[in-house]
Design a protein around this ligand. Structure first.
Ligand code: PMP
Length: 317
């Protein structure tokens, strides 16, 4: 726990997991000045603990902080906070296949006042919880055209609370129709595939693996960029470009759509079994050797220290 007061961060301290007392006029409650990150700690068979590219989370955290007018956290507070906490919580890191310790660094406006302007006090907290696999089974998604997650010039690239609260209602409607998640499309003409609720999206058409470009509107996923590097290294043809909903629907119809999967820290790689678009459902084939499966094995072997770390992504705690 660390507090920003009088223009500076105070010394961080370790505290037991406990409720936070806040003034009713704290700006977090009214103006949603909050950001977070999602990370995991992995334990190998020797009980050594690893993080995956933690400096990427640190950098993105401060990119989100800038966008939400929250003071940046110094790198040593973020990194030392993680390592100190993980040394204390080491015995709570589960080792069952696919499980890990989920880590949630977050910052919010604890400063008070009803005026709609940035607060003068903030809290930075890192909290952890053991976690298993994110989705069990395959994911069925709905391509969304009515609602938007984000807009050009908006806050879509920041990991801020409102981006998620705004997804709850459209996702609830999709779940009522029998889907697990929504695939967001751009806010202009709902023409391009953007991302899912907490995952970036990859689409395989024939042998080419596609994902959309980063922008103001999507979260620059750390799993996304890692999967792109691994895929290239594996000799898989990748393309980072705008993907139209139209081409995906056409590829589903003519059989060239082979795979879709989501990537994220929590989700790792989640295969998508089918998608709904304008009242029609499209099924994806069950592949014996999917890109998703082989890429998932490579990335999790790196994360759990089961393979050589050829990209230099593992961080030993
Ligand atoms: N998009 C959104 C909206 C997310 O919340 C996440 C999860 N952080 C991702 C994509 C995937 O990002 P990452 O691979 O860095 O976890």
């Amino acid at each position: 726990v660390c507090t920003y007061k009088n223009g500076a961060w105070e010394m961080p301290k370790i505290a037991p997991y406990q409720p936070i007392v806040l003034d009713p006029s704290s700006k977090i409650f009214h103006y949603g000045q909050s950001i977070f990150e999602g990370m995991k700690a992995y334990k190998d068979k020797n009980d050594d603990v690893f993080l995956f590219r933690p400096l990427e989370n640190f950098k993105r955290f401060n990119i989100s902080a800038d966008r939400m007018c929250i003071p940046q956290i110094p790198q040593e507070y973020f990194m030392d906070g993680l390592t100190t906490l993980l040394n204390i919580d080491k015995d709570f890191i589960p080792t069952k296949d696919g499980s890990s310790l989920y880590i949630r660094p977050f910052m919010f406006a604890s400063g008070n006042g009803f005026h709609a302007s940035p607060a003068n006090e903030y809290k930075f907290i890192i909290a952890c919880a053991p976690s298993g696999a994110y989705f069990s089974g395959k994911v069925k998604v709905l391509i969304e055209e009515r609602y938007s997650r984000s807009a050009n010039g908006g806050v879509g690239y920041a990991k801020t609370g409102g981006n998620y609260a705004g997804q709850f209602y459209p996702t609830q409607l999709a779940v009522e129709k029998g889907y697990n998640q929504v695939i967001w499309t751009d806010d202009t003409n709902h023409e391009f595939i953007e991302e899912a609720g907490a995952m970036n999206i990859f689409i395989r058409i024939n042998d080419t693996l596609l994902t959309g470009p980063t922008s103001d509107r999507i979260l620059d996923g750390i799993t996304r960029k890692s999967i792109l590097d691994i895929a290239k290294d594996q000799g898989i043809k990748t393309e980072v470009r705008k993907i139209t909903v139209k081409e995906v629907v056409e590829a589903a119809k003519d059989g060239s759509l082979k795979e879709m999967f989501g990537t994220g820290t929590a989700a790792v790689i989640s295969p998508i079994s089918g998608f709904g678009y304008r009242d029609t459902d499209y099924e994806l084939p069950e592949l014996e050797n999917s890109y998703g499966q082989s890429l998932k094995k490579i990335i999790t072997d790196i994360q759990y220290n089961k393979s050589e770390d050829k990209f230099g992504w593992r961080f030993k705690v």
